[in-house]
Design a protein. Structure first.
Length: 68
C-alpha cells in the first residue's frame, strides 16, 4: 500500500535551503519538532521568517541583520 503522509521541514526565507538538507531526513511528522531541530542547528525565526546560519548575523548591538 502507498499512503500519503504530511511531513514538515523548515526552509530558509533567505536562500531557500532546507533545514534537513544535510541531516539524512526528509522531514518530520510534527511541525513543532521540525522547528526545534532547525533552531538547534542555529537557525533563527525573525519577524515571522526563518533563516539559516548563512543568511543572518548579529550586529554590534547584538541585533539580527538579515543578509538577503
Amino acid at each position: 500500500m502507498v499512503k500519503e503522509v504530511t511531513m514538515y521541514t523548515v526552509v530558509c526565507d533567505g536562500c531557500g535551503k532546507d533545514s534537513n538538507h544535510d541531516s539524512g531526513y526528509a522531514g518530520w511528522d510534527d511541525k513543532t519538532y521540525a522547528k526545534d531541530v532547525a533552531m538547534e542547528a542555529n537557525w533563527i525565526e525573525h519577524k515571522g521568517s526563518h533563516y539559516c546560519t548563512d543568511c543572518y548575523e548579529y550586529d554590534d548591538k547584538d541585533e539580527v541583520t538579515v543578509k538577503h
